[in-house]
Write a protein that binds this ligand. Sequence first.
Ligand SMILES: Cc1ncc(COP(=O)(O)O)c(C=O)c1O
Length: 423
Amino acid sequence: MATSATTPNTLLLKNPTARATVKPSPTHAFPTPRATAKPLSIKCQHSATTAAPVSPPTTSTDRLFNFAAGPATLPENVLLKAQSELYNWRGAGMSVMEMSHRGKEFLSIIQKAESDLRKLLDISDDYAVLFLQGGATTQFASIPLNICKPEDPVDYIVTGSWGDKAYKEATKYCKPKVIWTGKPEKYTGLPVFDELDQSINARYLHICANETIHGVEFKDYPTVKNKDAVLVADMSSNFCSKPVDVSKFGIIYAGAQKNVGPSGVTIVIIRKDLIGHAQESTPVMLDYKIHADNNSLYNTPPCYGIYMCGLVFEDLLAQGGLVEVEKKNVKKAQILYDAIDGSGGFYRSPVEKSVRSLMNVPFTLEKAELEGEFVKEAAKEGMVQLKGHRSVGGMRASIYNAMPLAGVEKLVAFMKEFQAKHG
Ligand SMILES: Cc1ncc(COP(=O)(O)O)c(C=O)c1O
């Protein structure tokens, strides 16, 4: 910390109210069965004193600003709601983790999660919504296995490491072609769509809508040339961060652990006519038809993760939906990019301005030798996980939906102080 005279930035840095201020709800709002049950002659093995939660709810002031790329920060009110429901979900006498995935309680949870997601993204009945496992990485294989034959050509636009991984996995199951790569420019830009050399008979065109490591985000989407082909998008790191016209896509998929929940849930939104054409060798767990026919309950789903996603969807709707959510995300990103661009070169964003991500903001220091100290000093101020991905170095601030404006303001104040000290 700079020891110079107090500035608005030092004030903001030191102001404890800059942290989120959501108050925990009292745990006693949900009576435990033991508090209300009549005495029984047969005693439960565990006494109430050993089974009841022992520590009081932690308060928001204990929390750090977590700029991790994923698993990432979750909304405080969602965490506190989950905390209040953890021990005994809405009087069911057990937690969501303990419920049968076929019981009426869990069915109500997954159905509400799906219907809220449909509202958020305005998903029509032409699309199935699947809650799966295996991360977005599993989808890299599921997609070609489900919608291509082994000899089918498909196109990939590679704008970063994730698009590249998706392409490489597809080489095992069909005939993918990279029709554009940002690698020569170190993944700092996007193609001009009109100049793309799309394969005439490609079955699909794959994009990664937001490259988490490189901070490159599609602001608009290419149109597929082959009228029988579909656009497929990995939206893992910008899912539900803004409105999206789902009808432009054949498949949208996303790991939950950035914007909408904990790791362990992968959401797939797929046009129904694309379901039911899997290659014969497709493992049952990768076959969209199996999951669609069974409403994502073919086997035991990631129940708790789906419940958490449902709470996040409720919260996003309560905020006014994705139009409002996007406004907040634009504001946060603007503040951070302005600080980088206004630093006179002390901080630098490698990404072309027009395609900079609203979610993942990589930046470097002119004096690269200070990067370690930046990360360490920021952590002392309660801002963690700012180190860039090991493949690119520098710093990266992931500012997903749940990162409060106060977190970004505090980071920017810290950046200015750090520059004043070392510039
Ligand atoms: C854009 C993108 N796609 C795919 C993945 C892989 O996701 P998972 O770890 O859920 O398999 C990630 C993970 O960070 C990602 O950011």
